[in-house]
Design a protein around this ligand. Structure first.
Ligand SMILES: Nc1ncnc2c1ncn2[C@@H]1O[C@H](COP(=O)(O)OP(=O)(O)OP(=O)(O)O)[C@@H](O)[C@H]1O
Length: 252
């Protein structure tokens, strides 16, 4: 179980959220949806204990595998060493990684399909490759709770599919708890048990089929989205992007 109770975070005088309750049971998969700047990363960092709360409380497992956005990480390391960093907890502050740590890191790189890049410098990788290395790092921790922050944003369609398959693989193990934020409602539809939408003024949370409706998606993004049945597959969520609004301030 990982949870926030009555949690609030502010930057200066501006609250990103207040009085927020969110809990995810062991074995469940929760998708977080919300427009840019609504507070997904802040919420995720709060769940991880990286963002101090200004009110409320948090309870979480000691070990969590975190996949941050790949943007501003130190890049001077070898890919394999980036992944070995996920083993920090078992290595200890004054220890050096051992064979087990490198084995875990190599196996995680194989699982995300990047074994061939293990000797390269992280700095020369593409945005999508970096993102998958960070997924490998989270897997290598051995944590049973994995939290991913918009990990599919830099990935092409094949690698999005690959990442979704990896997450599905993790969620098949009832011991694994997965929380992921995404700008793709379709990914939530495919993978999550529950969705938490960061609406203006509060969180709307519930089972995917109840919450991921055309009406709620319109309220969330201000864009018309159609949920279309696909014969032989799950529904498709299609944004009506041809109905372009007058350019203006989209940050609400
Ligand atoms: N360290 C900080 N100092 C001041 N403001 C911050 C800080 N971190 C985040 N914010 C603000 O808090 C709000 C929520 O930011 P956050 O990154 O959590 O949003 P997000 O939903 O993850 O956005 P995106 O989808 O664009 O990544 C934004 O208005 C952001 O500018």
């Amino acid at each position: 179980m990982i949870r926030l109770d009555g949690a609030g975070v502010r930057f200066g005088a501006r609250w990103v959220f207040r009085g927020l309750d969110l809990s995810v049971k062991e074995g469940a998969c929760l998708a977080l949806l919300g427009p840019n700047g609504r507070g997904k990363t802040t919420l995720i960092r709060s769940l991880l204990g990286l963002q101090p709360l200004h009110e409320g409380g948090r309870a979480a497992p000691a070990l969590i595998g975190y996949v941050p956005q790949a943007g501003n990480l130190p890049a001077r390391y070898r890919v394999l060493d980036m992944v070995v960093m996920g083993r920090a907890r078992s290595i200890g502050v004054f220890g050096a990684p051992g064979r087990d740590d490198y084995d875990a890191a190599r196996s995680a790189l194989t699982r995300v399909g990047l074994a061939a890049l293990s000797e390269r410098s992280f700095s020369v990788l593409s945005g999508g490759e970096r993102q998958l290395v960070l997924v490998a790092r989270a897997i290598a921790t051995g944590a049973k709770t994995i939290v991913l922050d918009e990990s599919s944003s830099a990935l092409d369609l094949a690698n999005q599919n690959h990442l979704l398959a990896l997450i599905r693989d993790l969620t098949r193990d009832p011991a694994f708890t997965v929380i992921f934020s995404t700008h793709h409602p379709q990914h939530a539809l495919h993978l999550a048990d529950d969705v938490a939408m960061l609406m203006q003024g509060g969180i709307l949370r519930g089972p995917v089929d109840t919450v991921l409706t055309e009406e709620n998606l319109h309220k969330l993004y201000g864009v018309e989205v159609r949920r279309i049945p696909v014969p032989g597959g799950s529904d498709a969520l299609v944004p009506m992007l041809d109905r372009l609004p007058t350019p203006g301030n989209t940050f609400r």
